[in-house]
Design a protein around this ligand. Sequence first.
Ligand code: PRP
Ligand code: URA
Length: 173
Amino acid sequence: MTRITSPSLALDAEALYAELLRGVRPLVAAQPDTRLAGVTRGGAWLAARLQRDLGLPGASGVISSSMHRDDFAQRGLAASAQTQLPFDVNHAHVLLLDDVLYTGRTLRAVLNELFDYGRPASVRLAVLVDRGGRELPVSADVAAARLSLPASQSLELEQGDDGRLSFVVEQRA
Ligand SMILES: O=P(O)(O)OC[C@H]1O[C@H](OP(=O)(O)OP(=O)(O)O)[C@H](O)[C@@H]1O
Ligand SMILES: O=c1cc[nH]c(=O)[nH]1
């Protein structure tokens, strides 16, 4: 596995975060009672930071795909995989955050998880990177970047102790 940290400007995670904030701001302005929920792990970092930067009251939610994944048998339950939604999902306008959108399978599972908690009024999706390669009919309302990466590469968001975000590209052997 080869690791390349932020190989190009296009994958500068801090610059992409600023673009995500710009993209999400008008959505939240149009629907001020929007509730943010981030997909573990990277999406949860984004949701928490957006909650602060958008000046939204309270805490953002965390949502896990673990319980509904179609590859649950291989992956099992991650230790960090706990959904915590500090709002009533019924009638809520929910904005889901994720770091990378690829096949769409995680989002399919996340939607099942969300609906276990109630019937939202609407659900939208914002991501840092849409890397193409969709296998399900899932699309992002906001994507800070849309890239096409070969299947041999995996894009991982990392968060430093200072909160700074960076992307690492892993090249599978
Ligand atoms: O569209 P997909 O093909 O489902 O891929 C996208 C998902 O993959 C990554 O999560 P991952 O499963 O690696 O978990 P992690 O963020 O906890 O490492 C990423 O954070 C997305 O949630
Ligand atoms: O490149 C990828 C693909 C799926 N999930 C990620 O986090 N990165």
